[in-house]
Design a protein around this ligand. Structure first.
Ligand SMILES: [Zn+2]
Length: 347
């Protein structure tokens, strides 16, 4: 099977993708806080799969469908090859993905690879303990010789334990605290220029020994990032919790994942510790109990081993960040979105 993501807005007007049986497995709508010239603010990623034998065919078809302006590209991968598709151009790279995402026969999650990019084990997304790097983030493994793209999920504990933790955090910080930067990418002997979308956390409001806190300049959103470890995004509800003297709770909503194998028999009644235990990854979530996670089983679709669940948890913020935010939160002034709309030429 091949899997990839296509941004609907990257299609040129009049484009028609016919004759390639793509299965859309997830459709999302995301706000990009900073985008390249000729790119809209809202993107619609279409996560798709297709039969692997047809890898070169969708690549060629997609190349004819992408808009020639705007720096658009799409990418998909098979077990061994990564295809990066530009307008009227395809570059195939053999064997890139396994370097960044070790495969151990684990399942592919509905929207990203479910194997940890560091340890290769299954990643259950729990806010504050795991996350993912989507392919359109264009994050590069600067600690590897070929600067391959990092795509997939990760346990935060594995990031903390990795020899590459500082480089990973530095590269993430470049993306998170900027408004997009141009990067060049060598593929099949050619240099491609791409726009790495920034997350727009440009205003640093705290710098401690272990972590920094940045505020978005377009949304009521804050990023706590460790210099050699993971990151946590806090939005207005979390700041309001802190302002009221409560611990912030992260509620990312319902997650869909494909389990790596047949699950435990009583999955619908399992607790979170029982689920993690049955998946064999309990030790990847150290200190999880302190986050008082509330786990809720939603649905299990056995034929495709798709589990839908939700977890709400308190993120394990560094003590210095928590202390700063306790002082900061009561006095924060929400962003005036009406004023932003008036000033924003994109809206
Ligand atoms: Zn891991």
């Amino acid at each position: 099977m091949l899997a990839g993501v296509l941004i609907a807005e990257s299609l040129r007007v009049g484009a028609q993708l016919t004759g390639v049986p793509l299965q859309i497995i997830e459709l999302a709508r995301v706000e990009m806080t900073s985008t390249g010239v000729d790119q809209p603010r809202y993107w619609t990623p279409l996560y798709f799969t297709a039969a692997e034998s047809e890898a070169s065919r969708p690549a060629a078809e997609l190349a004819t469908c992408l808009a020639p302006t705007g720096g658009w590209y799409t990418d998909f991968h098979t077990a061994t090859d990564t295809f990066v598709v530009f307008a009227d151009k395809v570059s195939a790279t053999h064997g890139v993905r396994p370097k960044t995402a070790p495969r151990k026969g684990k399942a592919v999650m509905s929207n990203e690879h479910a194997s940890c990019v560091f340890c290769g084990e299954f990643v259950l997304h729990i806010p504050g303990w795991a996350s993912s790097v989507p392919s359109y983030r264009l994050m590069r493994a600067t600690w590897q010789e070929d600067h391959a793209f990092v795509v997939g999920s990760l346990h935060f504990s594995c990031l903390r334990a990795s020899p590459a933790r500082s480089e990973f955090a530095a590269e993430f910080a470049q993306i998170a605290t900027g408004h997009g930067r141009e990067i060049t990418y060598q593929a099949a002997g050619e240099t491609q220029t791409l726009i790495q979308p920034g997350l727009g956390y440009v205003e640093q409001i705290f710098r401690g020994d272990e972590c920094a806190i940045h505020r978005s300049d377009t949304r009521d959103s804050w990023l706590v990032r460790e210099y050699a470890g993971p990151w946590y995004v806090l939005d207005r509800p979390q700041l309001e919790d802190i302002a009221r003297g409560k611990r912030p709770r992260l509620d990312p909503g319902v997650e869909r994942i494909v389990l790596p194998r047949e699950p435990m028999a009583d999955l619908a009644d399992a607790t979170l510790p029982e689920l993690l235990d049955s998946l064999g990854v309990t030790d990847r979530y150290p200190g999880l109990a302190a986050g008082e996670p509330e786990y809720e089983f939603w649905k299990y679709f056995a034929p495709k081993r798709v589990l839908e669940y939700a977890v709400i948890a308190t993120p394990p913020l560094p003590a210095e960040a928590a202390a700063f935010l306790r002082d900061y939160a009561p006095g924060y002034r929400p962003i005036d979105f009406d004023a932003l709309e008036r000033d924003d030429p994109r809206s």
